[in-house]
Design a protein around this ligand. Sequence first.
Ligand code: LLP
Length: 425
Amino acid sequence: MDHFEYRDGDLFAENVDISEIAAQVGTPFYCYSSATLRRHYAVLADALAQAGLPDTLICYSVKANSNIGVVATLAAQGAGADIVSQGELIRAMKAGIPAEKIVFSGVGKTAPEMRAALHAGIAQFNVESLSEIDMLASVAQDIGATARIALRVNPDIDAGTHEKISTGKAENKFGIAWEDAEAAYAHAAALDGIEANGIDIHIGSQITDLAPFRAAFEKTAELLDRLRANGHNITRLDLGGGLGVPYENNNETPPDPVAYAQMIEQILGDKGCQIILEPGRLIAANAGVLVTSVIRSKRGQAKNFMIVDAAMTELLRPTLYGAYHHIAPVIETTTSDQTIDWDVVGPVCESGDFLGLSRPLPDMPSGALLAVFSVGAYGAVLGSSYNTRPAAPEVLVDGERFEIVRQRPDYEAMLDGETVPDWLS
Ligand code: LLP
């Protein structure tokens, strides 16, 4: 459930009228709801507690929405962070997430990133290859630190999701092959500067069925037993993120967090391990909308186009994954308004630049506002300045108040750092 609703025909984020924000901030902009972020975090935390899992850590996956206002909202709820770069480490810490609640994932950590995270004293590195273990050991030895690691193993399970966001199959670049896991733990155990006491998996994103999770957790339980039999002291199980959310106008029914938590408890609850989760989308997706204005509409022979001021530069998911995002007028139209099908497209010079195809909407005048829903996760973070478009501002609402938590850059700021080379000036 989210906190975006129509009141007397006008879309509100919590108690703030979105049209009011648009008047002050200009479009396009992202609008996030604090109450929704808190609610989604609480639903998962409560589900874990209710399932009777005593020792859990929810590490919000910062990549989903890394605005520090958003991360700070979750930090205040007690969230940890799953990060994948030094930049995200800096963001997470700036937002108030304590280092001891930070796990560092990713297939390509560099030595400087490892050093920064070791200096910060993070909880765990999720390590994905033998060469990464060796590099981490050498960086740790160099600075006299010990890196607590989990090995990310690839359970070779089809998460049944879009191929570009599936990570747990043998052909994906992620993790250590299941067959090689025992040897990798033996390798890690022999190294100074490394404490290999975790297992990590993450099989994909926007997973709408519990079955692949079950299969992966069962394999993890089996591996845990084998590793313990081999003498490894495994104390942490990081089960990744991946829980799906409803996008299709809330008609989808992704797994219930309570059922998910109960399944974890059933399969892994008696192993005496801390359970770490890395949810991103579940927390943030439905906590954000993208607000855009109609520039003009254009009726064609084959299609009608509604050209708006947001584009693939603000929301890449439709272009990249063919993803569906619900689009609706911010000021509700009456049923007497005749609708026709429109492709809602941006101004970017690419035919793939669209936010929604064949959407039944009234012919809206220039300046009318539209909301694109469920963009709180993988919206702003996938943005670009292609076509020299300034990044859209991000606004965070909390009850009656709102604040711009990322400003729209002016053109001077956008060009700052670029130069005409000496030989041309
Ligand atoms: N942990 C790891 C190691 C991950 O790679 C990811 C997401 C997560 C956690 C969080 O997954 P979530 O709970 O959000 O599903 N841009 C794509 C999604 C890419 C997901 C990448 N990894 C999209 O817009 O659908």
